[in-house]
Design a binder for this molecule. Structure first.
Ligand SMILES: C[S@@+](CC[C@H](N)C(=O)[O-])C[C@H]1O[C@@H](n2cnc3c(N)ncnc32)[C@H](O)[C@@H]1O
Length: 249
C-alpha cells in the first residue's frame, strides 16, 4: 500500500465521524489518554495534538489551556476541523496542516504532545517538548479485532512480524525519552445490527487497510456475526496500546 493511498483515503474521510454509528463500548483496562492529559496539564499548558483529523476529540475532550495546536497532513481534515472549531466557540485551539514525519514546530515549546491512532516520529517530537514535557501515544495494535481478521485472513497489522506497539515503544526509547511505559488498552465494542457493522467495516481500515477496494465478503461477515452476537448486538474486541514518556530535564 502506498503512502499516497493512505493520504487520499484520509482526505476522503474528512466529513465522516464514528459518532453516527452509536457504538457502545466498555473498557477492559484503565489507561485513558484524556485522563492523563488532565492530570499532566495546567491552565498555562501548551499542547500539540498530532494527526488530529476533524478535531472533534480535541475540541470536545481536551481541557482549556494556554495553547493547543492540533495538526494533520490532510488539508481536507484540517478544513473540517476549522469548521468544527468555529461552531465550538473555543479560542485556545489552532489547527494547521503538518506532516508528522516532517514536523514544523518550535523547539522546547510544548508541555504535552499527544498522538491518537496516527504515525509518529518520536525523534522529532522530543525536540519540540519542553524539558520534563510529556508524550502520550494511543495506537491500534496488531491484535486489534483479531478474531475478525482471522475469519477474513487479512487486516491491518495482520502480517506484521513485530506488533506496532513494540515498534513505537522502541522508537520512543531510542529517541531519548525517560519513564517510558507501554500498556495494553483493551475495549469491547457493540454494534446495533449487521447493516451498521458492515457499513463501519467498509469505512475503516481494519480489514481493507486504505486500499480502494472496500469489499467485505458477506459470507465471512455472517460467520463472524454468528459467533459474536450477544443480546442482539455484535461484539468487536479492540486491542490498542498506550505509551507515556517524559523528556528528560
Ligand atoms: C485514524 S485517524 C485518527 C484521528 C484522531 N487522532 C482520532 O483519534 O480520532 C488518523 C489521522 O492521522 C492522519 N495522518 C496519517 N498520517 C499522517 C502523517 N504522516 N502526518 C500527519 N497526519 C497523518 C490522518 O490524516 C488521519 O486524520
Amino acid at each position: 500500500m502506498s503512502q499516497n493511498n493512505v493520504f487520499e483515503y484520509y482526505n476522503k474521510q474528512a466529513n465522516w465521524s464514528f459518532d453516527q454509528y452509536g457504538i457502545m463500548s466498555e473498557s477492559l483496562t484503565e489507561w485513558d489518554l484524556i485522563d492523563l492529559i488532565k492530570r499532566f496539564s495546567t491552565p498555562g499548558s501548551r499542547i500539540l495534538d498530532l494527526g488530529t483529523a476533524g478535531g472533534e476529540k480535541v475540541i470536545s475532550n481536551y481541557p482549556v489551556c494556554a495553547e493547543i495546536l492540533a495538526t494533520d497532513y490532510s488539508p481536507e481534515m484540517i478544513g473540517t476541523a476549522k469548521k468544527n472549531l468555529e461552531k465550538s466557540g473555543r479560542t485556545d485551539i489552532t489547527f494547521k496542516v503538518m506532516d508528522n514525519l516532517n514536523m514544523d514546530v518550535p523547539d522546547d515549546h510544548f508541555d504535552i504532545v499527544t498522538a491518537r491512532h496516527t504515525i509518529t516520529a518520536p525523534d522529532q517530537i522530543i525536540r519540540c517538548l519542553k524539558p520534563g514535557g510529556h508524550l502520550l501515544i494511543r495506537g491500534v495494535d496488531k491484535y486489534d479485532c483479531h478474531e475478525l481478521k482471522l475469519v477474513f485472513g487479512r487486516g491491518q497489522g495482520f502480517d506484521d512480524p513485530v506488533p506496532v506497539s513494540i515498534t513505537d515503544y522502541e522508537a520512543v526509547l531510542r529517541a531519548g525519552f525517560a519513564d517510558v511505559e507501554l500498556v495494553p488498552v483493551h475495549e469491547r465494542e457493540y454494534y446495533k445490527d449487521r447493516e451498521t457493522f458492515l457499513d463501519f467495516l467498509r469505512r475503516v481500515p481494519i480489514l481493507n487497510i486504505c486500499d480502494e477496494d472496500r469489499t467485505i465478503e458477506e459470507d465471512l461477515l455472517d460467520e463472524y456475526i454468528k459467533r459474536n452476537t450477544f443480546d442482539g448486538r455484535i461484539r468487536l474486541i479492540r486491542r490498542c496500546y498506550g505509551i507515556t514518556a517524559r523528556k528528560p530535564g
